[in-house]
Design a protein around this ligand. Structure first.
Ligand code: GLN
Length: 532
């Protein structure tokens, strides 16, 4: 019998439900189970692709080109669950599918309603993800907070699972907040209310993960258990970890989260093998090697905007026995005339991540120039690679007005131009060059050595590319175009000459990095930064 775990959130958003769900997934995997992860986003957008990073954080891209919620990135970093379009369900997708069926006449004249048609569509999608015979458990994270109007159909579908699969095969984990008020007292009332809200819609949580600043004492967890009708042992302190989120599986395991979940689901599994997580936490906490990496971008204020990039840097650190200090720099500061020497003082490496729109792009160009001229390791990702090209054209080729046509649509020297396939594209959603594709690396190049492979597969999300009209001139002036598409039509990777580590990639390697398996480019970039 297939097993399902629903993860809901109470009191307020941003408590780390995705990391909690992913940590639980990793604990179950560590006991030998096959897990699938699903994220439900109750917003009406069909996917996260059309949302600004300021609104919803980073857009995570899967191999099949789905533009999804950033929690899929958490799943990828913590678990081995395959992730594709199917693992990200939104209200927009569900209604779109139901309305399409209605237009096709597939409801045979019936009135189409939230219950059962919308809820059936939701349930079918969830069941489908775990349908392969080897899958033991599907973990479904319901985004938003219990009590939101938008989540009601999803919670109702979750409730119906009890009816459909039997209560031995489904459990509910509720992540909630136990805040500290002035005077240092922890308060349980918000948790009581959010559980009450869940129970009103027919869901009794089996396990509570209580977000607290520190571990709950026995009397406090007993009180919560009593008021919420949850077993004492199943009130778990999801307290703030001191240094790294990768300790969270260990914190949960110590409080027997995996054991309790398995017991309630009636699963017999082997003991947890957590050596790899222990190693990650140990390196991160014990190393005294600290590397300062500057990230120069325009969505700096919100940590979630470059989530996978930040995490991949941490992974690169772990692989080099080092801890990363992220120094977030708004590229606008360089444009306003701040001195790069002062801004980058003490910095070991500079990374320019992906991005859209003109604002801040000249500041990024200045950062790239500084890194190139000063011999500071530089990693350009997507927009960050395009910035490298613009800088090289302006400074080395002497084309002072070189730019991307994204930023100067009528500019005379667009060294970055719209991909040909994009010229007639009118719709915004899901229309970029998206997902996994093949890149051929130049034999013997540094990037070839880093990957250890000539043919690589990485994920893309962009509309613009290096303008081939300038390719020869760039190469003639020393730029190494060291990665191209198999037909050689698109530039995928470039490298500065005579520089310790100056690499740009048109794709997003950060999506494939994990704490237990750092992406080779991040590992190599941090290694070079340590030496700089
Ligand atoms: N805006 C650039 C493009 O569309 C870069 C995109 C990105 O960095 N993801 O090509």
């Amino acid at each position: 019998m297939k097993k399902y775990i629903f993860v809901t959130g109470g009191v307020c958003s941003s408590l780390g439900k995705g990391i909690a769900a992913a940590s639980l997934g990793s604990l179950l995997e560590s006991r030998g189970l096959k897990v699938r992860m699903v994220k439900i986003d109750p917003y009406i957008n069909v996917d996260a692709g059309t949302m600004s990073p300021f609104q919803h954080g980073e857009v995570y891209v899967t191999d099949d080109g789905a533009e999804t919620d950033l929690d899929l990135g958490n799943y990828a970093r913590f678990t081995n669950s395959p992730l594709s379009q199917a693992n990200s369900i939104t209200t927009g997708q569900v209604y779109d599918a139901v309305i399409r069926k209605e237009r096709e006449g597939r409801y045979l004249g019936r009135t189409v309603q939230v219950i059962p048609h919308i809820t059936d569509e939701i349930k079918q999608r969830i069941v489908k993800i775990g349908e392969e015979p080897e899958v033991d458990v599907t973990i479904i994270e319901i985004g938003g907070t219990v009590g939101d109007i938008e989540s009601i159909p999803f919670l109702e579908a979750a409730r119906q699972f009890i009816h459909d699969v039997g209560d031995d095969n489904v459990i509910f984990v509720h992540l909630t907040l136990v805040p500290e008020v002035a005077g240092g007292e922890l308060k349980t009332k918000p948790t009581q209310h959010s559980v009450k809200e869940l129970r009103e819609i027919g869901i009794q949580p089996d396990i509570l993960l209580c977000r607290t600043p520190y571990k709950l004492d026995e009397s406090m967890s007993r009180k919560i258990a009593l008021f919420t009708n949850v077993h004492n042992d199943a009130v778990i302190s999801a307290y703030d970890v001191k240094s790294t989120i990768y300790e969270i599986p260990l914190v949960y395991h110590e409080q027997k989260l995996d054991e309790i979940a398995l017991q309630k689901l009636g699963i017999d599994a082997g003991p947890a093998q957590l050596d790899d997580w222990e190693k990650v936490a140990r390196i991160h906490n014990e190393t005294d090697r600290v590397v300062q990496i500057a990230i120069v971008g325009k969505y700096i204020e919100l940590h979630d905007s470059y989530k996978s990039v930040y995490e991949a840097l941490v992974h690169g650190g772990i692989a080099n026995n080092a801890r990363i200090q992220l120094v977030k720099i708004d590229s606008g500061r360089l444009e306003k005339g701040e001195d790069p020497a002062a801004l980058f003082e003490g910095i070991h490496g500079i990374l320019v991540p992906g991005g859209f729109g003109q604002r801040g792009s000249n500041g990024m160009v200045m950062a790239a120039r500084y890194a190139r001229e000063q011999g500071i390791p530089y990693f350009g990702i997507c927009l960050g690679m395009q910035i490298m090209i613009i800088e090289y054209a302006r400074t080395i080729l002497g084309i002072t007005d070189a730019d991307s046509s994204e930023f100067s649509p009528d500019g005379p020297h667009s060294v970055i131009t719209l991909l040909e396939e994009q010229i007639d594209v009118k719709l915004y959603g899901g229309t970029m060059r998206l997902g996994r594709s093949e890149t051929h690396l130049s034999e013997g190049s540094k990037i070839h050595r880093i990957y250890g492979d000539k043919v690589i597969y990485e994920r893309h999300r962009h509309r613009y590319e290096v303008n081939n009209a300038y390719r020869e001139e760039l190469i003639a002036k020393g730029l190494n175009i060291c990665g191209v598409t198999p037909d050689k039509a698109l530039v995928e990777c470039c490298q500065w000459p005579d520089h310790p580590w100056g690499i740009g990639v048109q794709y997003h390697p950060e999506f494939k990095s994990a704490p237990r398996n750092a992406h080779p480019l991040f590992k190599s970039f941090i290694e070079a930064s340590i030496g700089s």
